[in-house]
Design a protein around this ligand. Structure first.
Ligand code: SF4
Ligand code: SF4
Ligand code: SF4
Length: 362
């Protein structure tokens, strides 16, 4: 049986799996051949809510059967065997599928056919490399959903910083912010450099439940991020926030106090990592001594550089809070001394001094 026949057979089988209101089986085509370091794939393998293994093995109740095609996690050895589902999907013969893009999208137009910035497999007829842009152009019209994994894919990230030669951008800049997939969804952006493992898997799982017909579309904000994950700031979930409120600021990185004066951007960055931790609830940038450099944000990295300098505006706000913090700290110190001792009526003297009123016994 030829590869094309196999793919067509697979496609018709997959189409048959669509039941009323959802799918029983779906493919995930994951391309990390953008301007990428593969860090998001690596990070995703640390997820536990749910773990990718549980999703692929069908251990999460209510999800469609998932066929994952990711080069790092692929059971195939690569080459044409690995590329076959991608080629079939580009021909419209493999449905339904969720396309995951990792890494930013370079601008091929600026080199006008003279070479390429990044590629994934070769054209079978010409032998020429197929660019990431080619794959996006050919896959997105057929994709049931499109997910951008990591800040490079969502907004451009490190490769798209000022002065770069590639003209890199995020997926929505490339496809248009009004893009809608076959499933009627906008691009689902999960930023982070890299993605927080459970943030990504939780979002993917929501999309899969939606594909199964048992959940509404995931709610996204104006930058297409999951609202429930990116609706609060780092500062609002930081273990050190009480130090900030009391204007107790670290002077160096060896301190457990608030790090705003040594470069933390947490008060203005949308990210839940301090609340969620990094792996199994542990870690979380400022919680464990790392300043927040705004890696989830559309303006990353330029807007947050130079890293480790006091953020713009922080001098003003942290100076404003100083007198309030000093008074509050002093008053709390006094109250703390008062409540940090036992009441005076707890003694073994002959007289009861608790204030007990015995008049009713008479
Ligand atoms: Fe690597 Fe960060 Fe870009 Fe992901 S967002 S590909 S981790 S540089
Ligand atoms: Fe806010 Fe950063 Fe200070 Fe935490 S360390 S309280 S996020 S400024
Ligand atoms: Fe990135 Fe800041 Fe979130 Fe850490 S806390 S993951 S640096 S946005």
């Amino acid at each position: 049986m030829t590869k094309a026949t196999k793919a067509a057979k697979h496609a018709s089988k997959a189409e048959k799996t669509e039941k009323k209101g959802g799918f029983d089986e779906i493919h995930i085509l994951w391309i990390s051949e953008g301007m990428s370091c593969d860090g998001d794939t690596v990070s995703m393998t640390a997820a536990s809510q749910p773990a990718i293994e549980d999703v692929v093995l069908g251990l999460v109740p209510g999800l469609p059967k998932v066929n994952l095609h990711n080069k790092v996690l692929s059971p195939t050895l690569g080459g044409e065997e690995y590329l076959a589902p991608f080629r079939a999907a580009a021909r419209g013969e493999l449905k339904p599928f969720i396309l995951v893009i990792e890494g930013s999208v370079p601008n091929q137009n600026i080199i006008q056919g003279e070479g390429y910035w990044t590629s994934f497999g070769n054209d079978l007829e010409t032998g020429e490399p197929l660019t990431l842009n080619w794959w996006i152009d050919h896959l997105t019209p057929h994709a049931w959903a499109v997910v951008a994994a990591g800040t490079c894919a969502t907004y451009g990230g490190i490769h798209a910083m000022a002065g770069n030669p590639t003209g890199s951008m995020g997926l929505a800049d490339y496809l248009g912010w009004e893009f809608r997939s076959q499933g009627g969804l906008p691009i689902v952006n999960v930023p982070g450099c890299p993605i927080q493992p459970d943030n990504f898997m939780e979002t993917l799982t929501w999309v899969l439940y939606h594909a199964a017909g048992s959940a509404p579309p995931p709610p996204l904000d104006h930058m297409l991020r999951p609202q429930w994950l990116f609706g609060k700031t780092v500062h609002e979930g930081c273990d050190r926030a009480a130090y900030y409120e009391q204007a107790d600021f670290a002077k160096d990185y060896n301190s457990p106090k608030c790090q705003v004066r040594v470069g933390c951007w947490g008060p203005v960055v949308n990210c839940n990592v301090p609340k969620r931790g990094w792996m199994s609830g542990l870690g979380g940038c400022p919680n464990v001594g790392g300043i927040c450099i705004g890696c989830t944000m559309p303006g990353f990295p330029d807007a947050f550089m130079p890293f480790m300098d006091e953020p713009t505006g922080a001098t003003f706000s942290s100076s404003l809070i100083r007198p309030y913090g000093a008074v509050i700290r002093r008053l709390r110190g006094i109250t703390n001394m008062a409540v940090n001792r036992e009441p005076r009526w707890r003694h073994d003297k002959a007289e009861l001094t608790t204030g007990y009123d015995a008049h009713w016994r008479a």
